[in-house]
Design a protein around this ligand. Structure first.
Ligand code: ADP
Length: 194
């Protein structure tokens, strides 16, 4: 199965994608995780993107697509994937379609985890205290949320128009949200939203 997981920073995408990876035995592909490891390893990509990530802005589309293509070319992605953090704007959504068309891998579902802005900011503040991610300070988190609302919101409409989007409430427990997502994936969009 090929799934795109959408949602604001702090909506729980990464947490749910990791659980889905185990449950469904397909890889969780997170552009944020891949970028953070490039920064940590101080690769040339990592050096180019550190400041951008620390400000909460988007890494340029060409660099992001290169990284995604490299990851999609690894053997395990052929079994399916849960994509987290990509696409983040319309250009990326179109690039993903082109890439998947070339590979003849149609997308099965786009699932958006909905959580309101204040809840997201409070979750990020808690994560900052625990994990110390350099882009989790309150100002940067607010900027990431603004970037999400401006650039990523149109991506939901893009998938809705294709009939691929289902929204699930992300405010229950981690297990509740996981079950909601699994029911969407198992029963298909029409049944889940009926
Ligand atoms: P979150 O969803 O909490 O914002 P991510 O781990 O998905 O966190 O992303 C962290 C940062 O990595 C983003 O703020 C951005 O700078 C960069 N990034 C991740 N994915 C993309 C993408 N698809 N396009 C551009 N930048 C990205």
């Amino acid at each position: 199965m090929r799934i795109v997981l959408l949602g604001a920073p702090g909506s729980g995408k990464g947490t749910q994608a990791a659980l889905l990876e185990k449950q469904m035995d397909i890889p969780h592909i997170s552009t944020g995780v891949l970028f953070r490891s490039a920064v940590k390893e101080e690769t040339s990509l990592g050096r180019q993107i550190k400041t951008i990530m620390d400000s909460g802005e988007l890494v340029p589309d060409d660099l992001t697509l290169d990284l995604l293509e490299q990851r999609m070319n690894q053997a395990d992605a052929a079994d399916g994937f849960i994509l987290d953090g990509y696409p983040r704007n319309l250009i990326q959504a179109e690039s993903l379609d082109t890439l998947l068309e070339t590979l003849r891998w149609p997308l099965d579902d786009a699932v958006q985890i909905e959580v309101d802005s204040e809840e997201v900011i409070s979750r990020i503040a808690k994560r900052a205290a625990k994990e110390g991610r350099s882009d989790d300070s309150e100002n940067v988190a607010r900027n990431r949320l603004r970037v999400y609302q401006e650039r990523t919101a149109p991506v939901m409409d893009y998938y809705a128009e294709k009939g691929l989007l289902t929204r699930v409430m992300g405010t229950g427990t981690i297990e509740d949200v996981l079950q909601l997502i699994l029911s969407v994936l198992e029963t298909g969009k029409a049944a889940a939203s009926a």
